[in-house]
Write a protein that binds this ligand. Structure first.
Ligand SMILES: Cc1cc2nc3c(=O)[nH]c(=O)nc-3n(C[C@H](O)[C@H](O)[C@H](O)COP(=O)(O)OP(=O)(O)OC[C@H]3O[C@@H](n4cnc5c(N)ncnc54)[C@H](O)[C@@H]3O)c2cc1C
Length: 504
């Protein structure tokens, strides 16, 4: 691979090859697929390079979708399709307790169990329907950026040129490494073996624990198959463990290996937590596991990747379409880096709570007690669900920087939910004050303007009741960019900053 991928001295000459695509995404995992879908929705010519020949995925990986991810799917009008494929749970595990999540103020007040393989297949169908090209069975082996674009080389020697390249190529991201972007964080202290195999002797189903931690043997759809998660007694790092290692650990813990054989998946994960120090380097961007990794406790990885994609998609679309300066892309790192930092720290706390020494156990008991109390429970549930995110966008109103709640409003004599207005991925200016006319605001045609009536108070997760402002400007990702009165000069500034040259 070419080591120097920094912006080379530009020729700026007209001799550059034309772009093959406006944006090239590396990796068709959940993050890359969602980003492609968002870009295609905005009318961008986007393609994906994926080294897997098909979308098939071995092993379980992510088990489902948290509330905020479901809301994002609702924002595009496809939430019901995904919910129909999964199973709803109104409880969430926290350390050794189960938390009730049913009173969370969102239409999607549950965790949706949906295997990553199914989620990816559904997203792949969506992007295929949107006309996104996927170069399957192909690997990006090299890339180089200049002032006008990025040139990626595929394994078969094909060269693809694009205005921006986004590395959604997972935890071992070659794109991140080649970009020379530091993956800073914490070294592993513990490792786990995970496997799916057939058994001859019926396993002792459920959770077991000892001084090292917990072990889980779970039933799979096929009756003679078992899903195994075992904490290792010493830290191991190799990510391709052998069946013999799983068998040996089973014997050590259970006195038998249950005759496991014919594995379809064996893997190892550790508790290392790392985050790219930069999510952007010129025309190169990183999202999903390529930008942050942590152990799977709390089930956040896939969800964070999808949310990265929602944050980046509309911004990148506006930049490649010449509507916004490329400085808008800097807000991607400013907003998403702190979110992942928080998730990494929470995952480290959950690993620490799993320690089995008497003092850690005492701390765990205390935490479980606290988690069962109403206010901490609501906080823990909302945070893990992705509902407490507040981007630092300035502004006094408590809604600014937070997600728009999916409440019903009445506009033009019809009752609709607010997310229905986000289906096209356009910015929306809602005016709730009596007689206020958003059509009078000078803004681009892209900004949807809706005069509506709404409830007198809105119930926000953790914050509780909040009075809605006279007007709200909502970004295509469903976060509130501005709140106030239509006459405020700050509205013009917000329109210009977020929605570019034709925004005012
Ligand atoms: C055991 C386990 C349990 C997990 N449990 C959960 C959970 O409960 N909840 C949750 O939210 N998350 C969970 N995760 C994490 C989740 O699986 C990841 O966060 C998620 O897959 C990240 O998506 P991604 O698209 O960013 O990366 P990936 O899914 O890793 O996708 C990257 C894609 O890039 C492709 N690729 C890589 N390099 C190249 C290249 N050079 N050229 C072309 N293509 C390339 C790969 O083939 C792959 O398809 C779990 C993970 C594991 C391992």
């Amino acid at each position: 691979m070419t080591q120097n991928s920094g912006i080379a001295a530009s020729t700026g000459s007209p001799g550059h090859a034309p772009h093959t695509h406006q944006v090239l995404i590396v990796g068709a995992g959940p993050t890359g697929l969602m980003l492609a879908s968002e870009l295609a929705l905005a009318g961008v010519d986007v393609a994906i390079v994926e080294k897997r020949a098909t979308q098939a995925l071995s092993g379980l990986r992510a088990g489902g979708l948290h509330m905020r991810t479901l809301e994002l799917l609702d924002q595009r009008g496809v939430g019901d399709q995904f919910v129909a494929e999964g199973q709803r749970f109104q409880i969430a595990p926290f350390h050794e307790t189960m938390l009730d999540v049913s009173d969370t103020p969102t239409r999607r007040n549950y965790f949706l169990a949906l295997p990553q393989s199914r989620f990816e297949a559904m997203l792949a169908d969506r992007v295929a329907g949107q006309g996104v090209r996927i170069y399957r069975g192909q690997e990006v082996v090299d890339f180089r950026q200049d002032e006008e674009g990025v040139e990626a080389q595929l394994g078969d020697g094909t060269h693809l040129r694009s205005a921006y390249l986004v590395g959604c190529d997972g935890a071992r991201s070659a794109i991140r490494k080649q970009g020379g972007i530091e993956f800073a964080g914490w070294e592993p202290s513990k490792s786990w073996l995970i496997a799916e195999a057939r058994w001859r002797e019926e396993p002792r189903w459920g959770i077991a624990d000892d001084a090292h931690g917990t072990y889980a043997l779970g039933k799979m759809e096929e009756p003679d198959r078992v899903r195994i998660v075992l904490v290792e007694h010493a830290l191991n790092r190799g990510d391709q463990p052998r069946l013999e290692e799983v068998k040996a650990l089973l014997v050590e813990v259970y006195g038998t290996d249950f005759g496991i054989h014919d594995p379809t998946w064996i893997s190892r994960f550790t508790d290392q937590c790392r985050q790219a120090v930069a999510y952007r380097q010129g025309r190169l961007l990183l999202a999903g596991d390529a930008a942050h990794i942590h152990p799977p406790m709390g089930g956040q990885g896939l969800n964070m990747g999808v949310q990265d994609a929602f944050n980046l998609g509309w911004k990148l679309a506006q930049v490649v379409q010449g509507l916004s300066p490329d400085a808008l892309l800097d807000t991607y790192q400013a907003e998403r880096h702190p979110v992942a930092d928080r998730v990494l720290r929470n995952a480290m706390a959950e690993v620490a709570l799993q320690r089995r020494d008497p003092r850690s156990r005492a701390l765990g008991e205390k935490m479980s007690e606290l988690a069962a109390m109403d206010a901490p429970r609501k906080y823990l549930v909302a945070e893990r669900a992705g509902l407490t995110i507040r981007y630092d966008l300035g502004g006094d109103h408590p809604l600014v920087g937070r997600r728009l709640p999916d409440l019903e409003i009445v506009a033009g004599g019809r009752t609709r939910t607010m997310y229905e207005y986000l289906h096209e991925g356009r910015p929306v200016l809602f005016a709730f004050a009596k007689g206020a006319d958003p059509e009078k605001v000078a803004a681009s045609d892209r900004v949807l303007r809706i005069a509506a009536r709404c409830e007198a108070t809105w119930d926000l997760p953790v914050l509780g009741p909040v009075e809605p402002p006279e007007a709200l400007l909502v970004r295509p990702d469903g976060y509130v960019a501005w709140a106030g009165s239509l006459d405020d000069a700050s509205l013009r500034d917000a329109l210009g900053f977020w929605f570019g040259s034709d925004g005012v």
